[in-house]
Write a new protein. Sequence first.
Length: 414
Amino acid sequence: MAGTVQGARYTSSMHVVVVGSGVFGAWTAHHLLARGATVTLVDAYGPAHSRSSSGDETRIVRCGYGPDAIYAELARRSLDQWRALSDRAGRPDPLWHPAGVLWMAAGSDAYTAATRETLTRLDMPPDVLSPPDMRARFPYFDTSGIEVTLLERDCGVVAARRAVRALVADLEQRGVRLLSARVGAPEGAPDKGDRGADRAEAWRRRVRSALPLRALRTQGGAEVAGDRFVFACGAWLPGLFPGLLQGRIRPTRQVVVYFGTPAGDRRFTAAHMPAWIDFPSGIYGTPDVDGRGVKVGIDEHGGPIDPDTDDRLPDSAAIDRARAWLARRVPALAGAPVVETRVCAYENTATGDFLIDRHPGYDNVWIAGGGSGHGFKHGPAVGELTARMVLDGEAPDPRFALLDKTIDERRTVY
């Protein structure tokens, strides 16, 4: 197998080091391996660990993104790969749950209308459910005040932590080396961001003069050598590249709450209850998967978080808000107990767009991150895209380019 990266040919002996064994890193390793590369996967705490953005129990896989066809297409491309991973895992408890995803909107919401139009144009038309339709199909939901609901019937929920761990276990069986170690920031090139009107030209000069990285050094002093390197380490990225990414990627605390369901009541399992996004309230959730309870999450940026040292204890206001939403929208669970909580880490770019691009100071280093709370579902397609950039020299989509990442928050992707 051969290809070119900036004119340099690679062969199946090309060694790529991927830092981060979360969803972006694991799927990047998968696609690199499928292309014939030798892969080392490095993580300080292990795949889908409890500090990571990939370590929660469930994630929604939806394709609706308003007018953003780029994300709808990435999600659709990922959907088949999540299903295939679940089939390969062959475990009693599936990784993929085709529960469907509800999108709730109040009034004539432009974003919801654009979601419907985009999905229809991409041959993924959602079902449009009126309030009577909702009462008939999902009687446990109280959708008063919700005028339009879209159902993405082919979408659903993935068992996030188990899925990433299953993927990494499969990679190890196929020859990927998994190294448990913390690596330091690369040495040998300046790590700074360019500011001002001449930023684009300064950036181009840096890329033209970029040098190769030869090895990373672990906290214990060992070297991890490679031909190419990918940093897909989520909330740790701004700490590794502070001059380049500080302010351009901001890790935030995000609370999710799991509520216990009544004994013997199957209505709230993934076989009967869809995942949902209540767009007006900023609340999303998933049905009971693996007996963990119904998950309610708040999709608004929380306070800053240090992914290494901060406690993962939720604030009572967030729990109260999740409980109030559940009592309003799923009255049968109004008195449900909290059986588990989790503080996850979003790693947000200013707009919510991903960051998938070459490091400007090295000609053989790439960064894949900026999941911004919606990235998990796209893991397979992001890994595929990153592998093409590493092995074929493919340029990033402008939406994912590092040059255009700013520090002023103006979220446009939900």
